[in-house]
Design a protein around this ligand. Structure first.
Ligand code: PEP
Ligand code: MG
Length: 759
């Protein structure tokens, strides 16, 4: 059995030297294959590189005909090389020509070789190429030799991913590693961002591949595993992780992997080929990733993430923090790419440099989505495997409207997005020009445009948009993004900050609206069949009055010397409202008894989002100081259509006669009772819907910051008189023969068009 001269260690060292030589890329590859062939005592060494069109092109060879370089190509699955490319698994055969998959390429002259050993060139689980050695003899390759070739392939993976080979291949083709990618995900926050990739969790770079002493590397690995294992056990034993919900499951999975003998054995074997402990961890991880990514079992794929977390912990322990891929200072146009991210982490970045965020995990109602929307950063989530498809610094486009991501976009795509982005920016600039104009229709109807907010980062939008105040401050957001229950002091501090940034403008705080889809990570989850109809919002507050009392006291204290406006969510009956109001009054009395400073005035309102309240309008309009329509919930309950279920959420139109008649009744009742009413659901922020609401008589609309400009542009072009007439006519006409329409949307759109109202 021929043994490698110098062994893998010498080979890796020489490889590193060749990598550093200042020679053209093709010359570098040619030297590399000569070196590998000599070291592996093989007559042939060939490198096939995966192209964007999923064929493997021969990029360099020692031993086969040189003319075949950049000529020979194999499709995935074609021949032995294609088989390795497809399976991402090594293959060693003493007689390749007898293998059923053997495919003879005459231009290579490989008919004289029998021994064949090939390994995938993997990076982060993606197959970037195939590295092959061949022998004339019927050679049986040992496990160690396969390991050694795999280790060599790690170095080549780095070379291919670096982009150095760009332009070497057949004209008009690109390597798969650097190809443009178009990925679909889920749009979480709208907007368009063009920039360059910044990995939120930079990869640990393993620079030190070659070990000087196998035994000490084995010892380092064991020590790192023991340390990670005991830190996991510790975390599991410490009670304080219990409140972090799914965390425990993840840790249990960690523990399972950390004790998995197969996984540990593979790492030890890799070290025995002469590489360092960290290189072994990375190698085995790349193999596991390639295998798990090919699995169709969602459970297994899910485990991949856990395994990656564990690997990262190990790597960090082995190489120390310094070797984490150095990222320069955040570039001006950073697009963050992360597997998952918490809201606090996002807030740590310099907002002015962020252009977008791409995530592998995170849903519509995830906390990161809430914060990103507040920061006006486009977000696309559920982009499978994105962290391993990009390299730091890659050009990337985040389309938060369509839920798409373009990685390394070709010039034509990039320029068409750049045009889109410029148009958007121009529109934004036009909206900014409207900022100081009074929000009044052409027939002189003033409409108060307010902001929906929930975090301090929302508040700078007040000045930017010229909004009249905050119509809905969702206090639950502070609770949702915190790791533990905010204390009374934390709550008071936030409310005081909010007041401080409001100046003279009014703000309406909504008391905790939790439950339903708004879960707090630290509160026990209550199993409910219909959470939207379940124990949530004011229902929790009335059953657990301490929660509301603490919050009310924090609000009352923060509002000392000011006018406090607060409202209760999900009020279903006027009795509920009165009970909640009494609780707040109790707190007010308490402060009075204590001689504590108090607000100059306290107004209490009810959210109208449960249809039962429509049949108690007289009572509620008399009991409450103001009303605010949560159209998101009101519509979901009115039509019995889950707002979070895509199958039904768009089924019924907010501009249907039923919805509009319900809204009009509320406007009329509130008007008759002289009770101010605001609309604060998403509807109020869409220009066509906002126009309709104004036509129905609403004069206060609260919306996200991005909506203020478009709604104001609409208002400035609107004459409310013909609109109200049109709506009255359409909604009152019940005479036989009257054309019943399912929705007034087309007619309202036509109205806007005829009257040149920008929608
Ligand atoms: C609503 O339901 O319309 C509303 C404003 O409240 P949320 O969206 O927070 O439930
Ligand atoms: Mg609601």
């Amino acid at each position: 059995m021929p043994s490698a001269p110098g062994g893998p260690r010498i080979l890796l060292r020489r490889l590193r030297e060749i990598m550093a030589e200042p020679v053209p890329a093709q010359a570098r590859l040619d030297r590399i294959v000569i070196l590998i062939a000599a070291n592996m005592v093989s007559e042939v060494c060939s490198l096939y590189v995966m192209r964007a069109d999923e064929t493997l092109e021969l990029y360099a060879t020692e031993g086969l005909n040189r003319e075949a370089v950049h000529q020979t190509k194999l499709r995935l699955g074609e021949g032995l090389v294609g088989l390795i490319g497809e399976s991402a698994e090594p293959l060693a055969l003493s007689d390749a020509q007898n293998h059923p998959a053997f495919s003879y390429k005459p231009e290579t002259g490989e008919e004289i070789y029998h021994g064949f050993m090939g390994v995938p060139v993997l990076r982060a689980g993606n197959t970037l190429g195939v590295l092959v050695v061949q022998n004339r003899t019927y050679r049986v390759y040992t496990e160690e030799e396969i390991e050694a070739l795999q280790t060599t392939a790690m170095v080549l993976a780095e070379l291919i991913a670096s982009g150095e080979l760009t332009g070497l291949g057949e004209p008009g083709t690109e390597t798969a590693a650097r190809r443009p990618l178009h990925c679909r995900g889920v749009a979480l926050a709208d907007g368009l961002g063009l920039g360059h990739v910044v990995l939120h969790e930079p990869r640990v770079v393993v620079r030190n591949i070659i070990a000087s002493d196998v035994d000490s590397e084995l010892a380092r690995l064991e020590a790192a595993i023991a340390a990670v294992r005991s830190s996991i056990d510790e975390m599991l034993e410490r009670g304080d992780i219990a409140h972090q919900g799914d965390h425990r499951d993840v840790l249990e999975t960690f523990r399972m992997f950390a004790n998995d003998q197969g996984w540990l054995r593979r790492m030890r074997e890799a070290i025995r080929t002469g590489i360092t402990a960290e290189a072994a961890v990375e190698r085995v991880q790349s193999d596991s990733r390639a295998r798990l990514m090919r699995s169709t079992d969602p459970y297994l794929r899910e485990r991949l993430h856990d395994l990656e977390d564990l690997t990262n912990r190990l790597l960090r322990r082995l190489v120390g923090r310094d070797m984490v891929e150095k990222q320069d200072a955040l570039p001006d146009n950073a697009v963050l790419v992360a597997r998952a991210m918490g809201p606090a982490a996002l807030l740590d970045y310099d907002r002015s440099r962020l252009r977008g965020l791409v995530l592998e995990e995170g849903g519509e109602t995830s906390h990161i989505a809430i914060v990103a929307r507040a920061l006006a950063i486009p977000v696309v989530s559920a982009v499978e495997n994105v962290t391993s498809l990009v390299e730091a610094g890659d050009a990337i486009i985040v389309d938060g409207d369509a839920g798409e991501v373009q990685i390394r976009p070709p010039a034509d795509i990039e320029s068409s997005y750049a045009v889109k982005a410029r148009l958007r920016a121009r529109r934004q600039a036009q909206y900014r020009l409207l900022r100081d104009k009074p929000s009044r229709s052409i027939d002189g109807v003033s409409v108060s445009l307010l902001l929906n907010a929930g975090l301090l980062v929302d508040l700078p939008h007040l000045g930017e948009t010229g909004a009249d105040g905050v119509g809905l401050f969702r206090t639950e957001l502070q609770f949702m993004i915190a790791e533990r229950m905010p204390s009374a002091k934390d709550q008071q501090a936030l409310y005081a900050d909010v007041f401080a940034s409001m100046g003279d403008r009014p703000v309406t705080f909504r008391t905790l609206d939790i439950g339903g889809d708004k879960l707090l990570p630290y509160m026990p989850r209550v199993e409910e069949e219909n959470p939207a109809l379940g124990w949530r919002a004011i229902r929790i507050a009335l059953d657990r009055p301490a929660l509301l009392r603490i919050q009310a006291r924090a609000l009352l204290k923060a509002a000392a010397g000011r006018h406090l406006r607060l409202m209760f969510p999900m009020v279903a009956t006027s009795a509920e409202f009165r009970r909640a109001k009494a609780l707040v009054e109790g707190e007010l009395d308490y402060l009075a008894r204590q001689g504590s400073p108090r607000p100059t005035q306290v107004s209490m309102g009810a959210m109208v989002e449960v249809p039962s309240l429509l049949f108690e309008m007289d009572e509620i309009a008399r009991a409450a100081d103001f009303l605010s329509i949560g159209s998101n919930d009101l519509m979901q309950f009115l039509f019995a259509a889950d707002r979070g279920n895509k199958l039904v959420s768009g089924r019924f139109d907010n501009l249907s006669p039923a919805a509009l008649r319900a809204l009009r009744r509320i406007a009329q009742w509130a008007g008759a009772a002289d009770c101010p009413v605001t609309v604060c659901g998403e509807m109020a922020g869409r220009p066509l819907e906002a126009m309709t609401l104004i036509g129905l008589g609403f004069r206060r609309l609260s919306m996200s910051a991005a909506s203020v400009g478009p709604v104001k542009a609409m208002l400035l072009a609107l004459d409310t008189r013909p609109l109200t007439e049109f709506l009255d006519r359409s909604l009152d006409a019940v005479a036989p023969g009257h054309d019943h329409v399912e929705t007034l949307r087309p007619a309202l759109l036509a109205f806007a068009e005829q009257n040149q109202i920008p929608i």
